[in-house]
Structures are given as C-alpha cells and as structure tokens.
Design a protein around this ligand. Sequence first.
Ligand SMILES: Cc1cc2nc3c(=O)[nH]c(=O)nc-3n(C[C@H](O)[C@H](O)[C@H](O)COP(=O)(O)O)c2cc1C
Length: 385
Amino acid sequence: MSDLSKITNIDDLRVIAKRRVPKMFYDYADSGAWTEGTYRANESDFQKIKLRQRVAVNMEGRSLRTTMVGQETAMPVAIAPTGLTGMQHADGEILGARAAKAFGIPFTLSTMSICSLEDIAENTGRHPFWFQLYVMKDRDFIERLIERAKAANVTALQLTLDLQILGQRHKDIKNGLTAPPKPTIKNLINLATKPRWCMGMLGTKRRTFGNIAGHAKGVKDLSSLSSWTAEQFDPALSWADVEWIKKLWGGKLILKGIMDVEDARLAASSGADALIVSNHGGRQLDGAPSSIAALPAIVDAVGTEIEVWMDGGIRSGQDVLKARALGARGTLIGRSFLYGLGAFGQEGVTRALQIIQKELDITMAFCGRTNIDEVDSSILLPGTF
Ligand SMILES: Cc1cc2nc3c(=O)[nH]c(=O)nc-3n(C[C@H](O)[C@H](O)[C@H](O)COP(=O)(O)O)c2cc1C
C-alpha cells in the first residue's frame, strides 16, 4: 500500500502517471485532436463558471448518492470508456472495475479495451458493469459482442456515435501508437525508463484487444488485428442502426457523443434512456465547443424527455457540481481515471475517486446545499454560465 495522503488533486496523479507510463501511452491519454483547442476548452470553460457561496445554512447530513438510468451510484460520476486502458497499467480495466465496485460507482468497459468483457466479469465476482459499443461493419461480430455483454452481467450499454471516423491525433501519429508498442529504438529507450510498467506487462497475458482477438473473423495475429480494427469503424452508421442495437440489446441504452440540439432531439425520440453530451474528450472534432458549453441548450431542448449526462474536462468535484447545476444528471470521467490508474494502479483510481468525492461534497456544502439531487443553476453566479 502506498501512502497517497499527499496526493491531493487530479493533477498530482497526472504528473506521476506521466513519469510512470511509456510516452506513447501517456500521450495517447493526455492529448486531443488537431490543435487540441476543444480538448483545452473542455477544462478551461469550467473555470469560467463561478459558484455562489452561502453561509449560515445547516450543512449537516449531506448526501451525494443518486441514480443514473435508475441505477444507484455513490455520486453522479461514472468511469468513462477508454480504449487501451490496459496499456496505461497492466490489467488496467480490471483494476478500474474493482476500484469502481468498491467505491459504488459504475465502470464502463470500452469495446477497444485490453481486458475483455469476460475478464471483467471473472475478476470482479460478476459485479454489474457497463459496456461501450462501437458499431463495426462486421454486424455478426456486433451481435455476438452484445450477447457476450449480456452474459458478462453488463447492465447498461453506451453506444458511441461520434467515432464513425477517427479524429486526427497528431501525437499518436508521431509516436507510432500501437498495442503492443512498436519496438523502435526511440520506444525501447523510453520503455527502459519505465521498469515498473514493464514488470507489470511481463506479469500479465493481457496485451492486446481482448474483446476482439479470437472473436472477430479472420483475426488471428497482431497484424491482422490492427488492419481489422482500422477498417471496421463504420462510416455508414445511422439512426437505423441505433434502432437495431436498441432491439438487440433490450436493456438500458445510453447514446454517447451528442453535441448538437438537433441530434439530441433525435436521441430523445430514439427511446434511449440517456444521452451523453460529449466531444470524446476533445479527441474527435477539434473546433467543437466544450461539452460544458454545449450542455445547457441540450438540457433545455430534451431534459424532460431523456436523462442528459455530460463528460469532458472533469478534473475535480467542483466540475461535477457545475455540470449537475447545469442539468447533467450524471457525469463521466476519462482522464481523471486514467491518470490515477497510470500513477498507482487500483489505489490510484480509488484516490482519484476520493479526491473528486471530497471536492464535490465540500463545494456543495459551501454553496449551501446538502443533497446532490437538489442542486440546480441557482448555485451558480448569474452571468458566468
Ligand atoms: C485515452 C482515451 C481513450 C478513449 N477511448 C474511448 C473509447 O474507446 N470509447 C469511447 O466511447 N470513448 C472513448 N474515450 C472518450 C471518453 O469516453 C470520454 O468521452 C472522455 O475521456 C471524457 O473526457 P475527459 O477525459 O476529459 O474526462 C476515450 C478517451 C480517452 C482520454
């Protein structure tokens, strides 16, 4: 057990993750598309929103507990799906799922994870978790994947709609990002400076896309796997596919990657249970607004018909509270989770969650509220949002 009491904020975890995780994987997490303008705005737009401090209000008996798509959560925060998480730390998805289970919040596994659906089920005592789906051209594979998710005790499906094509991430191109890392001289020299990470990787058999390898037709080795993945994202994805997935899945459905009011209306009329206002953490369309800036108009348009959540730029409990005040029933964290994982494995994820929970609780109290379900825009300073 490490003493993490001096780790007081998410940026502390980021700095340590940067030291411990090989450059190509750290950069994969801490980067956005093109100029990274949207990536940066996701964080900085939160800072512009100011809170109203209230005093002499009874702050006893505070509660952060709430629900997301009807499922109980210790706070309105879930772990976002992130690809290649098992490359930030050996067995990363299993560690993240275990930390989320102990904390009482939902964990979402990405289609592009290193640990598989079955790995998560087996290593968490079949605790319920969520799964994120990318629609691939190989629809037989998707049908089987959904069946596997059901068998693994997945209780909500996040269908990601904003990655029909891949945003251009310059750092990944420059680093020659692959899983496992390409043995170029530069990468080998960098790996030699990360002994802890290397030991972890040598100690696990999970080093490739666990949901795909051995399950997709024609994928036998690493090179066929990488070409299969590159050509499988479906540029023809449409709302008809959303309907098809909804029928196949039959359970709680969450549509991820909605940034526009028109699309939000379509999402609401699709019969999905929630939508996530998300620009994929600034990794797809650079030049899109920040998620927090896009949130209010979407809440106005469809907030009474469908649960509206958001992600992008959440680095503190204060950000969660601001999102909640602007109408997001739930939030997801990507990088705040990955930095904790890269820095200290499962303990680091737990630390990240503790930090966010504490900040959320204290900030809510300063704003004169004791129940997260009673937070609304009246806690924000007019003119700042
Ligand atoms: C390294 C990384 C990998 C990601 N992979 C996926 C993915 O496989 N599927 C998906 O729907 N979103 C993916 N996302 C987007 C996240 O689910 C989430 O929308 C985003 O991270 C939120 O922004 P934040 O990192 O600022 O919290 C990824 C994000 C990161 C940082």
